[in-house]
Design a protein around this ligand. Structure first.
Ligand code: HEM
Length: 497
């Protein structure tokens, strides 16, 4: 009886051990199979030791600042190295020569997005512009670029942005030090709303609040680096409900844009295109029959614009204001120039741009040295290439370092010194805040215009004063997309002139 019980217990333990071994083997085999579906092989790329299954995920998930980690690994492995993130092989590329080679000389090969990745397939459903390739990308890119080129677009942008700056400034009271971050997020959404529908929205309207909450949700939960399914697609089996929630928010955004399109159609004021929707309505019937320009693709392209702008534009506003607080002499010089050129004018307009050289140089210099966006959106390559002597196989995920050429001492004198005057002799080589090659930021013309109008109009009427000038650390915080300055508060004091 006693022996019998002992035998049964032993048997049970063995049963458990065998089950665990079997389950582990099955999981390993499945992961190995999935791994190999996406894994690139036959390369001589250096990189940190990759653990079975996880690769370098533990290292990446432990870091608070992914960009800082890429800089550290670059020191160790050089300008071209690889990271294994679950089933993905990510190749990180630095160095102006390498970046120009891959994005410009080999631009056609490298202008692909990895549209087979989890977020692209399951969340964005291969619609829109960011995750599109080929014909669909070309058509949407052309539509957005061309709509920004019309005079009516620029006039409307200017008029609406002037209102936006007025409303933004009302959020600050002269006696209270305020953190501008949340207000800048609001303005970012309005810059895209003006581009897309021709009008800014009122911050207190329910429409605006719903828009902001949906965009924030999709931004937070739809980022490839933030979702484990990007690296282990089988995890999708367990996260269906949250993915459905993100998709639900995207569908709500499509409905919102659809309503705007209907209103534009009814107003029938698209003879003079002043936003992306009117440019779309101006396309011929046959052009709109092209599935690349279907309404769903248009709606998703506008959602993509909101998401692409959300952190990038906000971080840029934050860092420009931070530099103006950190360097009060530069701020003073900017304001003096504005007051001299715009004497007697209530607002600064885009026509003043050529005369406001110092302000323009200051914005450029902040974008050069302070790199709000440092790693561009994932790219992939159609064909194998050799960069810096390393073979990069087709289908690798490519991440390139935008900041590196901007502080390259072979291209810039004293690259780490903040010096707006260096732009007296404009330089384009090695200046790439919006990326490079065919996949460069599609919103760049509007960003340049709106940063100029927002900064000049703020400085025209207000002096920006830090709450604590000794507490403006240079250290930056990584949001997953952009580098933000550490939180700060400032006063906006009305100026007399
Ligand atoms: C200062 C603010 C901004 C910066 C620094 C910035 C920078 C960038 C960068 C570096 C890329 C990736 C380019 C590449 O893959 O090589 C990009 C892509 C993109 N940006 Fe911006 N961006 C900004 C604001 C905006 C705004 C306001 C919009 C609104 C239209 C926008 C729309 C896009 C889109 C749609 C893409 C994807 C383009 C494509 O895949 O073809 N961006 N941006």
């Amino acid at each position: 009886m006693y022996n019998n019980t002992k035998y049964t217990t032993f048997e049970r333990i063995m049963e458990i051990i065998i089950s665990v071994v079997l389950v582990t083997t099955v999981v390993l085999l499945v992961t190995f199979f999935l791994n190999n579906r996406f894994m690139v092989s036959g390369n001589n790329l250096p990189g940190p030791i990759a653990w079975p299954l996880f690769g370098n995920i533990l290292m990446v998930s432990k870091t608070k600042n992914f960009y800082q980690l890429t800089k550290f690994l670059r020191e160790k492995y050089g300008n071209v190295y690889r990271l294994k993130l679950g089933q993905l092989t990510v190749v990180c590329i630095s160095g102006h020569k390498n970046i120009s080679q891959i994005l410009v000389e080999d631009g056609e090969n490298s202008s692909q997005r990895p549209n087979w990745m989890f977020c692209s397939r399951k969340i964005f459903r291969e619609k829109g512009i960011v995750w599109a390739n080929g014909h669909q990308w070309k058509k949407l890119n052309k539509l957005i670029i061309q709509s920004q080129q019309t005079t009516t677009f620029q006039q409307n942008m200017q008029q609406q942005l002037t209102q936006e700056v007025n409303e933004l400034c009302k959020c600050f009271s002269p006696g209270n030090a305020t953190d501008p971050l949340e207000y800048f997020y609001n303005s970012t959404l309005n810059v895209v709303s003006i581009m897309a529908f021709g009008k800014r929205l009122q911050y207190n309207d329910q429409e605006f609040k719903t828009l902001r909450s949906s965009i924030t949700y999709v931004f937070k939960h739809g980022q490839s680096l933030g979702r484990m399914e990007t690296f282990f697609s089988w995890l999708a089996l367990f996260s269906k409900s949250q993915v459905n929630e993100v998709v639900g928010e995207i569908d709500k955004l499509h409905e919102f844009i659809k309503q705007k399109l209907r209103n534009h159609t009814i107003e029938n004021n698209h003879k003079l295109p002043h936003d992306v929707l009117t440019s779309y309505l101006n396309l011929s019937e046959s052009e709109r029959k092209d599935s690349a320009l279907s309404e769903t693709n248009l709606f998703q392209a506008i959602v993509d614009m909101y998401i692409a702008a959300y952190d990038t534009y906000t971080a840029t506003m934050m860092i420009i204001v931070y530099y103006l607080l950190k360097y009060p002499d530069v701020q003073k010089k900017c304001r003096e120039e504005i007051h001299k050129v715009c004497k007697g004018k209530k607002t600064v307009t885009f026509d003043d741009k050529d005369k406001l050289r110092y302000v323009e140089s200051t914005i450029k210099e902040v974008l050069r040295i302070a790199k709000p966006v440092v790693l561009a959106i994932y790219r992939t390559i159609k064909r194998n290439i050799t960069v810096d002597g390393y073979n990069i196989p087709a289908k690798s995920i490519i991440l390139y370092d935008l900041n590196d050429p901007q502080v390259d001492s072979t291209l810039w004198d004293n690259p780490n010194v903040f010096d707006p005057d260096r732009w007296t002799n404009p330089q384009t080589n090695g200046y790439l805040p919006f990326g490079l090659g065919p996949r460069r930021c599609v919103g760049a013309p509007t960003v340049n215009m709106s940063l100029f109008l927002m900064i000049t109009n703020i400085l025209h009427t207000f002096e920006l004063v830090p709450e604590d000038k000794n507490n403006l650390p240079m250290e930056r915080e990584w949001s997953g997309i952009a580098l933000f300055p550490k939180p700060f508060k400032m006063f906006m004091k009305p100026v007399e002139y």
